[in-house]
Design a protein. Structure first.
Length: 296
């Protein structure tokens, strides 16, 4: 058993309030999945799992990580959530960030972990996938460190109570997939006061953008700057009025492979708008030799 590679417990109930010593004794583990509300603490002996590459702890009551957690040098994928790791004081949150920041992670999920802000130099620089969904980041999102994560490709900030795209996100041009769904966003421009305002169009490598369940009143013109965008989801923006965007939407739609607009149109489509969509769909198929997906 000592050389077991994968260990998984779903909805398990353990004696005590931590990971059982028997699991921590499996020093050959490379993957460990735990889903248990009985886990409230993490023993310092977690460092014995020195070969661990993947760790997922779901539905726990964890509030702190031991300093020895930072010794998991082989760990490349870490998945926590829901948990209370960052819902305590700033000092407690900083201590947990320190445990994570020194790891050589490639993928990090901290879903519903009580994060109010991502502190400076708190995230490993080599991360390519980051999921912070379900955290109360607030209207503008305090995620300063993301601006400097030049290897980051996929970012999930869904259900974070955002009313705008956080500026550090817009300034990270390495991101190819961005999920901003289930927020309160009304515009994709950061500031209208500057003669050259920052907007989501700065993210020149973006390929996939999810904006469903927001409060967009129209399809933002800034999207037209995203020359490489392939998938755009605007579903369930109940205030969205497509008719106001038809003048330039054709240029965007001609590049997209997938556009979703389900339940996003106020009132009924005018017959000419439906005809316009159908003509554009046919034009795309003639130009590219394949259909694109347009759903409304």
């Amino acid at each position: 058993m000592q050389h077991l590679g994968l260990c998984a417990f779903d909805q398990a109930t353990f004696e005590g309030d931590g990971i059982p010593p028997a699991i921590l004794g499996l020093t050959g583990l490379t993957s460990l999945e735990l889903s248990s509300s009985s886990i409230c603490t993490m023993d310092a002996d977690i460092s014995r799992l020195s070969g661990l590459k993947y760790l997922a702890v779901w539905n726990s009551e964890l509030t702190t990580l031991p300093p020895t957690f930072s010794r998991l040098s082989a760990l490349s994928v870490l998945d926590f959530g829901p948990a209370n790791l960052f819902s305590g004081t700033d000092d407690e949150a900083m201590a947990n960030w320190r445990c994570i920041s020194t790891l050589a992670l490639k993928e990090l999920t901290l879903r519903n972990c009580g994060i109010r802000k991502v502190l400076a130099v708190s995230l490993p620089a080599g991360i390519t996938y980051l999921d912070l969904s379900g955290n109360p980041l607030g209207p503008e999102g305090s995620v300063a460190d993301i601006q400097h994560m030049r290897r980051l490709k996929e970012l999930n900030l869904s259900s974070c109570n955002l009313s705008a795209v956080p500026p550090p996100v817009v300034r990270n041009s390495s991101i190819t997939s961005l999920d901003l769904s289930e927020n309160l966003i009304v515009d994709l421009t950061i500031s209208d006061d500057d003669p050259h305002p920052e907007h989501i169009g700065w993210m020149r490598n973006l390929r996939k953008l999810c904006l469903q369940n927001n409060r967009l009143p129209a399809i933002p013109p800034a999207l037209n700057f995203l020359k490489g965008l392939e998938t755009l989801d605007l579903s369930n923006n109940k205030y969205l009025e497509v008719a106001a965007s038809l003048d330039w939407l054709g240029l965007l739609l001609d590049r997209l492979q997938v556009l979703k607009l389900e339940k996003s149109i106020t009132g009924q489509y005018h017959a000419t708008t439906l005809k316009w969509f159908e003509e554009l769909r046919q034009l795309y198929e003639r130009r590219h030799g394949r259909p694109n997906v347009v759903r409304w």
